[in-house]
Design a protein. Structure first.
Ligand SMILES: [Zn+2]
Length: 83
């Protein structure tokens, strides 16, 4: 489903998907409408004009956890000086 040649969800738009199922133009247009409060992501998703984010509930601290997971670095992560 993550087809590199997938087309924008907006009818008649032939541009390639940039993010969330929309081309770069329509993605920024949708984001602008959400910011201005004239649309909501939930409403756009319900109407099939926006896809759910891949990592729907990922927040910054979760991203940090992803980076830390399985890390060999201990403590502060600062390399100790050569002995
Ligand atoms: Zn588009």
């Amino acid at each position: 489903m993550n087809n590199r040649d997938a087309k924008c969800l907006v009818p008649a738009c032939e541009r390639k998907v940039y993010a969330r199922g929309l081309c770069a133009n329509h993605r920024s247009q949708a984001a602008g409408m959400v910011i201005r409060g004239v649309a909501s992501e939930e409403d756009l998703m319900r109407r099939g004009l926006l896809l759910r984010p891949k990592y729907a509930e990922t927040r910054k601290r979760d991203v940090a956890a992803i980076f830390m997971e399985g890390s060999d670095v201990e403590g502060s992560g600062v390399e100790p000086p050569e002995a």
